[in-house]
Design a protein around this ligand. Structure first.
Ligand code: AMP
Ligand code: MG
Length: 476
């Protein structure tokens, strides 16, 4: 592979991973390859499809790669697991590109020392799902890991629903350091490892900070995560498993499992079949963010000062500031979506009232239709929301707040096309049956989310009502 690998994580952080060899996929076949991303990063992968399939499934370990599985812990649905780790993933190393350093990780590439009872494998549908949703997020301008390829392994794997074709997703990430990585060492009281991890994370992601500045790291991670979740909320993204092991210190969206996008706006929306309490419901994501960050603060506590009581006080002050910081970031996102330039004292009420008025209406279509409404054509908006007196009153208030730049602002902040759940599902079903056509068509559409509406109506409609509520299953 004409890639330059480096292994700074392995080099700097001994004792935080294990060397592991990926499984030998019997018949690797390239299902989708992100030539656009490779080009963007200046990665020269000018090999034939079979060689790429061999490398990106782990069947052949490319020259320079040193596959490892990372150790981490995590709170899953609130309960702590002291040992999770990469149970079905292999980090080949870091590729150093003109755009920066990226982990190249394979997921679904076989058992590791962290597999516990699992088979280390992944099914084609969920891996293609990670591919398309992460590429959609990137196109939406939201920080995320990127997908480089999905390779079918040529092996069937057993899942609840029966035998499914197996696959590996190859992804690039700013890193795979998670809140759970810190928790792993905190749970073992290995303060030296937490120090080393802090210094490493700072050097890699926040190089403006001093290596031992744990509080600075916490603040920097908080700022990025607050911004990230505010952006998720803006596009109606529900991650579905915001466990602490699925929250990256880099501030990227990571580990796409049972995630999905809102159709109708309902703050209580949950898609995942296993989230019975609604812990990771759409509107609960900011609260979970704060909860997860408090777990990070807890893991960093020994580094926050020699006096524990003072360290706790310091951390608590930071934690209390998260909710207002989030509200601010979210208002910023919503201002842009509503086409409000600058800031006005009346904005918060305008945004809050809008959100209560649109409950039950399609989130994406409604917001996008504000562009035409800002141009004096409110027909589509009122067709979606009904021309009730409160709606018309809101419209009048909103219009007086708009400047001439509003329509362009709205179109740049509100996608016409998102990966609609029913279309994703149909594309994955077809792909599992051997037809990549619908997947490729949907991929092309979601890669241009802010583009024109005309000619793309088929990708813009919410699911037909008779499909019933959408349910996702954990992507194992
Ligand atoms: P995830 O839900 O993908 O974030 O995974 C949560 C944890 O379960 C991680 O430690 C994974 O490595 C592990 N895991 C998920 N699926 C499997 C599998 N099929 N085999 C082994 N480990 C798995
Ligand atoms: Mg995970």
């Amino acid at each position: 592979m004409p890639l330059t690998f480096d292994h700074s994580y392995a080099r700097d952080l001994p004792g935080t991973y294990l060397a592991q060899t990926p499984a030998r996929a019997p018949a690797p076949r390239l299902m989708v390859f992100n030539a656009r991303l490779a080009k963007e990063l200046g990665l020269d992968l000018g090999e034939d499809d079979q060689t790429l399939a061999n490398w990106l499934s782990g069947a052949v370990v490319p020259a320079g790669a040193q596959p490892i599985a990372l150790a981490y812990a995590g709170h899953q649905f609130g309960g702590f697991s002291a040992q999770l780790g990469d149970g079905r993933a292999h980090l080949l190393g870091e590729v150093v590109t003109p755009k920066g350093r990226f982990d190249l990780q394979l997921k679904g590439s076989g058992r590791t020392a962290f597999s516990r009872g699992g088979d280390g494998k992944a099914a084609l549908g969920p891996m293609l799902r990670e591919y398309i949703i992460s590429e959609a997020m990137a196109a939406l301008g939201i920080p995320t890991t990127r997908s480089l390829a999905v390779v079918a392994t040529g092996e069937d794997i057993l899942r609840d629903t029966g035998l499914l074709p197996g696959a590996v997703v190859a992804r690039l990430a700013a890193s795979h350091i998670r809140v759970g990585t810190f928790q792993f060492f905190a749970a073992r009281s290995e303060t030296d490892q937490i120090k080393a991890l802090t210094a490493y994370t700072i050097a890699r992601h926040y190089p403006h900070l001093a290596p031992e500045d744990a509080l600075g790291l916490f603040d920097a991670v908080t700022a990025r995560q607050v911004h990230l979740i505010a952006q998720w909320m803006g596009v109606g993204f529900v991650h579905g498993v915001m466990n602490t092991d699925n929250m990256a210190l880099s501030g990227e969206t990571i580990d796409y499992g049972p995630c999905a996008f809102l159709d109708a706006y309902d703050p209580a929306t949950v898609f995942s079949s296993i989230d019975r309490q609604g812990r990771y419901a759409y509107a609960n994501q900011p609260a979970i963010l704060a909860w997860n960050l408090s777990r990070l603060a807890q893991a960093l506590l020994p580094l926050l000062g020699p006096d524990e009581a003072e360290a706790v006080e310091l951390a608590n002050a930071r934690l209390e500031a998260i909710a207002p910081a989030f509200r601010n970031a979210w208002l910023g996102v919503m201002r842009a979506k509503l086409g409000l330039a600058g800031q006005d004292a009346s904005d918060a009420a305008l945004v809050d009232d809008f959100c209560s008025l649109i409950e039950g209406a399609d989130w994406t279509l409604t917001l996008r239709s504000l562009a035409a409404a800002a141009e004096g054509r409110a027909g589509d908006l009122l067709a979606l929301l009904g021309d009730t007196q409160p709606m018309l009153a809101w419209l009048a208030r909103w219009q007086t707040r708009l400047g001439p730049e509003a329509p362009a602002l709205i179109r740049a902040a509100n996608p016409a096309v998102i990966p609609r759940n029913h279309l994703v599902e149909a594309a994955l079903t077809a792909a599992t049956q051997g037809d990549m056509g619908p997947f490729n068509a949907l991929l092309a559409a979601v890669q241009d989310p802010f583009g024109p509406e005309q000619g793309r109506e088929a990708f813009m409609q919410p699911a037909p009502r008779d499909l019933g509520p959408y349910v996702t299953f954990c992507g194992t």
